[in-house]
Write a protein that binds this ligand. Structure first.
Ligand code: NAD
Ligand code: USQ
Length: 400
């Protein structure tokens, strides 16, 4: 299959590109390197030392014999999207190319506007390019479980059957996102659903939970292929942050009571879920939604798991309950359905099985690169600033 991976230089995109390439698919990566720019802006960097894309691709060719073609550009630029589609003629487009950090989108007005412009315009351009150049192409789009929020009822996979005043319909599940980033995903989902209806595009919207893990079979083939491991307060997810904190004896930063419950999955399951979506495409005009996660945990449960993994290594990792900088329910009901990918053949790797020790180990292995000044939360949902003096030119252009 000819598969174009938008955002293939990022965390999920890099692991997915190599996995699909190793399975014999013809893969191309499109990326603007925005993610690397945001690290510069925030004064942060991946815990693991990641190489430049050309070097990554050279090494991948050397170890696997496979070629991955790079397209460097911004998908909010329609000319770039159009020329990439014309040159590569994809049968499937996997779309990871968005600003994905909730805290980044809550820094101030410019970051909120940038996030929504980047994500919503990028996705619209991809939809228009599919219509114009590859109407049969399958769009596999990364959404997020956070689109649903935390309703006090079971969460279904995309749609819910509702009876109202004696009538019944199958309707999109209600969305209650918790940041301008999560909102951008809801806007994308609506645009995708609409384009499937009016143009007969085929799409899979993958509402993914929080992904953890750095190692996949392909990235372990050479150190130059190593994947990102983000731990800063903006891009680092809670589990990564707890592992890094444990490695340097910093208290684990649980926000509030830690009762916030989310769905999680191993990066090895992310790449398999994407493959399952690609090789089982929907019909033309169908917009299907899969909830892509394998287990659910509360934040406090995660902290306790890290604490006990650290304890086995002789490390003391106390838990600190900080005031929650986000506006979110700290205790709530959470039960989300996630059977469609299992039905297609997913065999999950579970966090409890082994991975936690290896995550803490990676944090320990690279602990000399840890910058402790990036650990405490600074972005405050209740107090997003109106402006910020320094910002990259691309962001200024989008926000003004
Ligand atoms: P990431 O930031 O590591 O990678 C995203 C990549 O997209 C980066 O390489 C970035 O440079 C590129 N990009 C961003 N905007 C672009 C643009 N306008 N044009 C071209 N390239 C652009 O993020 P990730 O963690 O790999 O997440 C990938 C996708 O999966 C995102 O859409 C995210 O919302 C979704 N997702 C991630 C997680 C997670 O836990 N990481 C969970 C659920 C959903
Ligand atoms: N949290 C802490 N301590 C920390 C960091 C976070 O308690 O040091 C809490 C947060 O308050 C939140 C929970 O942990 O309640 C999850 O936060 P997170 O930063 O680990 O993840 P989140 O913001 O939800 O975002 C991540 C990815 C995003 C993806 C989302 C999937 O960055 O791209 O969309 O997970 S989901 O959570 O299902 O929406």
């Amino acid at each position: 299959m000819r598969i174009l991976v938008l955002g293939g230089d990022g965390y999920c995109g890099w692991a997915t590109s190599l996995y699909l390439s190793s399975r014999g698919h013809q893969v191309a990566i499109a990326d603007s390197f925005h993610r690397r720019l945001w690290d510069h802006e925030l004064g942060a960097q991946s815990l693991t030392p990641i190489r430049a894309l050309p070097e990554r691709l050279r090494v991948w060719h050397a170890v696997s014999g496979q070629t991955i073609e790079p397209f460097v550009g911004d998908i909010t630029d329609y000319e770039f999207v159009a020329s990439s589609f014309q040159a590569f003629e994809p049968e499937t487009v996997i779309h990871f190319a968005e600003q994905r950090a909730a805290p980044y989108s809550m820094i101030d007005r410019q970051h909120a506007v940038f996030t929504q412009v980047n994500n919503v315009v990028g996705t619209l351009n991809v939809l228009f390019a599919i219509k114009e150049f590859s109407p049969n192409c399958h769009l596999v789009k990364l959404g997020t479980m956070g689109e649903y929020g935390t309703p006090n009822i079971d969460i279904e996979e995309g749609y819910i059957r509702i009876q109202h005043n004696g009538r019944e319909d199958l309707l999109p599940f209600p969305k209650q996102p918790g940041s301008f980033y999560h909102l951008s995903k809801v806007h994308d989902s609506h645009n995708i659903m609409f384009c499937c209806k009016i143009w007969g595009i085929r799409a899979t919207d993958l509402n993914q939970g929080v992904v953890y893990g750095t190692v996949t079979a392909e990235v372990s083939l050479d150190e130059a292929l190593i994947n990102r491991f983000d731990y800063d307060e903006v891009f680092g997810t809670a589990l990564n942050r707890f592992c890094v904190q444990a490695a340097i004896g910093h208290p684990l930063t649980v926000y509030g009571s830690g009762g916030q419950t989310r769905g999680f999955l191993d990066i090895r399951d992310t790449v398999r879920c994407i493959e399952l979506a690609c090789i089982n495409p929907p019909e033309r005009g169908e917009c299907r939604v899969f909830n892509q996660f394998t287990e659910q945990f509360s934040v406090l449960e995660l902290a306790e798991l890290v604490q006990s993994a650290a304890h086995k290594m002789g490390i003391d990792a106390p838990i600190d309950h900080l005031p929650d900088p986000r506006v979110e329910a700290e205790e709530h009901y959470y039960n989300a359905r996630h059977t469609k990918l299992l039905d297609l053949g997913l065999r999950p790797h579970l966090l409890s099985e082994s991975l936690l020790d290896s995550l803490v180990n990676i944090a320990f292995q690279y602990r000399d690169r840890i910058d402790a000044s990036l650990l405490l939360p600074k972005v405050d949902w209740r107090n997003s600033r109106n402006d910020r003096r320094q910002r990259p030119a691309a962001m200024a252009a989008a926000a003004d």
